[in-house]
Design a protein around this ligand. Structure first.
Ligand code: HEM
Length: 434
């Protein structure tokens, strides 16, 4: 009756690789009452995300995540989504990104100043703290630090409890032990309370702030000139908080892990950073394009450990893929985790090799052989933001520190919840660069 659900819940990543190796470009899976199609061919993924995107919605996928994000950008559909996307777009305007870069670098420096040579740290936790502080400052300005401190624990509890969050599991998560459900609800209530309070205060007091919350509160829909309701603002704020902080933190944590295992690439990245930022000056937004190899390292880390490891849609019309009919009502899933390991596009796929991303090699591959940010009308709104944050933080931290794994033989255990998280962290020793 449950189809492949028990195996998926036990180890979704292994399940995806196993069925893909066995069945290839398209796999049909039964999941309780649902028919699910896993699409592994880049052209089919492009069809769903771009060419025929109107045939698909998020619908009941992400039903677990919707309990947290409400009707924010990541989880909404149709006219509401289109309207919200237009309204929120200015948050990611080029000029604003330059301002965000300053916040990223400043907080990156504060973080790197906290470590001492020889310290043992959990680099995953440290990156999570850092990206949360950055997101807090960018969303809430001066109030950001206090808010980040207040909601940090709640965010962690809610996201770690969202099991395989993109699938329609809401019904199943109700079967979780009551203690977990209670913990999730309590954490969500904290998040709501803190953000509602901020919104209310800003609405009452007016605000001269230039942070993202002010922008959302003053944004007006085209035509009507009306603004968002308070609950819509709250949903968008929680969406931006989570979509931006956990994804980037995980991308960075895995990048440090891979660099610690690949001394040659680490040395090459250090050489680039030292050359571009001569004399140890701090990087600005304008330096990101010159930090080419650093970006290649990040790209390769997101190939092997894509933070968003599974994307899902519901077909609202019949659709054809690889000669099979995907009937309306079926689920379609696409996994960067699987496609990024396809040896046709990435020879020796388990090897960490940033050189795959030099322009020559890169150009020969189909567009959707690599899609850590999804694509099309539902593609990541923060992609440029994330690349900038990733490269700037790698540069700021690597100017001073390198990290050594405490135990080279251990591979961090992965927890594929909302994003691909190292469940017990990544313990490293902090070493000052000569
Ligand atoms: C390494 C970092 C990140 C990764 C890997 C990532 C990945 C993704 C992916 C794959 C999607 C599409 C999901 C789907 O199609 O089902 C998405 C959507 C989204 N992301 Fe990101 N993201 C990252 C960082 C960010 C940042 C920094 C922000 C905001 C500042 C952000 C905001 C969003 C939003 C708002 C959406 C929903 C877009 C929509 O549906 O219209 N993301 N992200």
């Amino acid at each position: 009756m449950l189809g492949s659900l028990p195996e998926i819940r036990r180890d979704p990543l292994a399940f995806l690789l196993r069925v893909s190796a066995e069945y290839g470009e398209i796999v049909h899976v039964r999941l309780g009452p649902f028919h699910v199609y896993l699409l592994n061919h880049p052209d089919d993924i492009e069809q769903v995300l771009v060419t025929n995107h109107h045939r698909f919605i998020k619908g009941r996928t992400l039903s677990g995540a919707r309990r947290l994000f409400g009707n924010g950008l990541l989880t909404s559909d149709g006219a509401l989504h289109a309207r919200q996307r237009r309204l929120v777009q200015p948050v990611f305007h080029r000029v604003r990104l330059d301002e965000y870069a300053r916040v990223m670098t400043t907080l990156g420096v504060e973080q790197r100043d906290r470590w001492r040579d020889g310290d043992t740290i959990d680099i995953a936790r440290e990156m999570s703290r850092l990206t949360l502080m950055i997101t807090g400052r960018i969303l809430f300005g001066a109030e950001g630090d206090a808010v980040a401190a207040e909601i940090g624990g709640a965010l962690e509890s809610t996201t770690s409890l969202l099991e395989v969050a993109v699938l329609p599991f809401a019904a199943f998560t109700d079967l979780f032990p009551l203690s977990q459900v209670r913990r999730f609800r309590a954490a969500r209530a904290t998040l709501h309370r803190v953000i509602d309070r901020l919104i209310e205060r800003r609405r009452r007091g007016g605000s001269e702030d230039r942070d993202v919350l002010s922008l959302l509160l003053s944004a007006q829909y085209e035509g009507t000139g009306e603004g968002m309701s308070d609950s819509q603002v709250r949903d968008e704020v929680i969406t931006l908080l989570l979509a931006s902080h956990e994804t980037t933190a995980n991308a960075l944590a895995w990048t440090w892990y891979l660099l610690a295992r690949h001394a040659r690439d680490e040395a090459r990245m250090h050489a680039e950073i030292d050359a571009v930022l001569g004399g140890g000056r701090l990087p600005l937004a304008g330096d990101v394009t010159a930090l080419t190899f650093t970006r290649m390292v990040l790209a390769e880390a997101m190939r092997l450990y894509p933070p968003a490891w599974l994307l899902a849609r519901v077909a609202v019309e019949n659709h054809e893929a690889r000669g099979y009919v995907v009937h309306a009502g079926s689920l379609v899933v696409m996994s960067p985790w699987v496609v990024h390991r396809n040896a046709s596009y990435f020879p020796e796929p388990e090897q960490f090799d940033p050189d795959r991303w030099d322009t020559v090699g890169h150009n020969g591959r189909p567009r959707f052989s690599y899609f850590p940010f999804g694509g099309g009308s539902r593609g990541c709104m923060g992609e440029a933001f994330a690349w900038m944050e990733g490269v700037l933080l790698l540069a700021v931290v690597a100017q001073r520190w390198r990290f050594r794994l405490l135990d080279e033989s251990l591979h961090p255990e992965m927890h594929p919840a909302l994003t691909l998280t190292p469940i017990s962290g990544i313990r490293v020793k902090v070493e000052r660069r000569p």
